[in-house]
Design a protein around this ligand. Sequence first.
Ligand code: UFG
Length: 326
Amino acid sequence: KKLSLLVCGGAGYIGSHMARMLDSYGYEVTVFDNLSTGYSKALKWGEFIKGDLRNPDDLDKALGSKKFDAVFHFSGLIVVSDSVKHPFQYYDNNVTGTLNLLQAMRNHGVNKFVFSSSAAVYGEPVMDLITESHPLAPLNPYGKTKLYVEEIIADYATAYNFNSVSFRYFNAAGAHPDGSIGEAHRPETHLIPNILLSSLDQGRKLKIFGDDYPTPDGTCVRDYIHIQDLCEAHLAAINFLETAHGAHSFNLGNGNGFSVLDVINAAGDVIGKKIPYEFEPKRDGDSPRLVADSSKAHNILNWTPRYKDLREIIETAYRWHKNPVF
Ligand code: UFG
């Protein structure tokens, strides 16, 4: 039987790649999105229901529109520095909105949930390679919203036979290799898109936030994981939830750390020109180093990222950025 899946946030960067992959595997896809940060041009896969997580009636209609087998939840506000300035918006959308979604799922008898969490739940790194048993001490409201939802769905597992997978994404990057969908945020805050935009538009200066982090070159180190690899882990989660009970959290990363300067150099190689930059003060809430140990996802979900080379990841991003479709 073809499973029917609700993809909340399916007009966004990760959600649209997911909707496309699910559709290509023959799942019945329904996208729920308020189009606040997503793009209607990205709505090419499945049926679309416009609605907002903060409005329980919208959710009731969406969940009542057919019998869903599972819900994927990509509808998050994601800008760390905004979460520091505007905590209400982050708690309202990411926590209250998710609680509304969980309530609608209960009302409509759906008990399988795949949640987009974040490496931001860990905070200041005390492990070189972060495993899921690293202390959970988010540095900012954004990371707290992700942690609170993980805790809520763990309580739901105990009380309501509610089964979930939380994926703690490290830095999602790259685009579909055919270049037809990609990563775009308004305003753009992410490193790889900002590097590519600065190389395509001479008027846009690339800024590096902070030069005195406790890292080898003083800039922040991150683990860049290709969007298609991320989405494949979600496919594995559907199979896992066929039999698994409880709330499960998995890191999704590549296991390699690249500094901001490493990423700029790799992008320079891909584009074939040197990329100018200037240093700016640190951003609020940035962690110096976030690099994943993803062996749990490897061992339990049988997931292995295919994109190992940062240049290859940037190449897919560049293919889309040269000719972006919004
Ligand atoms: N950076 C710059 N210049 C830019 C953009 C980013 O120097 O123009 C730096 C940041 O300071 C950071 C690194 O590049 O050190 C990566 O920044 P991103 O904004 O691309 O990604 P983040 O690591 O801040 O955030 C991402 C996701 C979050 C998630 C976090 C933790 O966007 O949702 O990873 O895994 F919480």
